[in-house]
Ligand binder design. Sequence first.
Ligand code: FMN
Length: 209
Amino acid sequence: MQVQTLLEKRRSVRHFDPDYVLNEETLSTLIALASKSPNGNNIQATRYLVIDDPELRTTLLPIAFHQQQVLEASALILMLGDYEAFAKNNITSILEEGFQAGFYDESRRDFLTDAAIQYYASKTEQELAIELTRDVSLAAMSFVLLAQEAGLQTITMSGYHSAELKSALNISDRYLDVMLIAVGKGIKEGHQTVRHPVEKIMYHNHISA
Ligand SMILES: Cc1cc2nc3c(=O)[nH]c(=O)nc-3n(C[C@H](O)[C@H](O)[C@H](O)COP(=O)(O)O)c2cc1C
């Protein structure tokens, strides 16, 4: 299906077939493809925590305001950003890998490595959280479209208590939780939703105060 069709037909689905099994191979293929999304300096900070333990899913239900998709979707994925991705050793090893693969020469490797390290060195915690949110969100959107292309439905979710969810899953401050994605076979269509006309959202050079 073309991206245009995927976007026109996609809706957030909140009711899933609880018996539908999404096999590990399909899920890992979708994640591997989503990881090809653009990401700042290619530091690859996005992590996908697949929550497939039914007991954990039950624990998360009240934390996610009793949204049934937490239980009923075939897979529930917590999309995380890893602050350790900003570390020098991560940046250096990714750029070395590209060099070893023959994608650029030594001087480009060194230039890109220094530039990336310097870029993050001056950032505040809040700015780093924004960096992670950007990268994880782009990967999340890719995942949503890939899942839809594979005949599945999704919902992205921020409706949960972040601190409680991290505590229930034993997630340290190393990670920023960006959103949950529930994926599976929808059994009820998502609501129809409106969008602003393009004239209301597209500007050139200046945006009104
Ligand atoms: C970051 C994010 C968080 C969301 N969280 C929830 C949620 O917790 N529960 C829910 O029912 N919908 C959630 N949604 C879905 C939105 O309500 C939905 O995308 C929007 O109403 C537009 O509808 P559509 O996705 O069907 O086009 C979320 C969407 C996004 C992008």
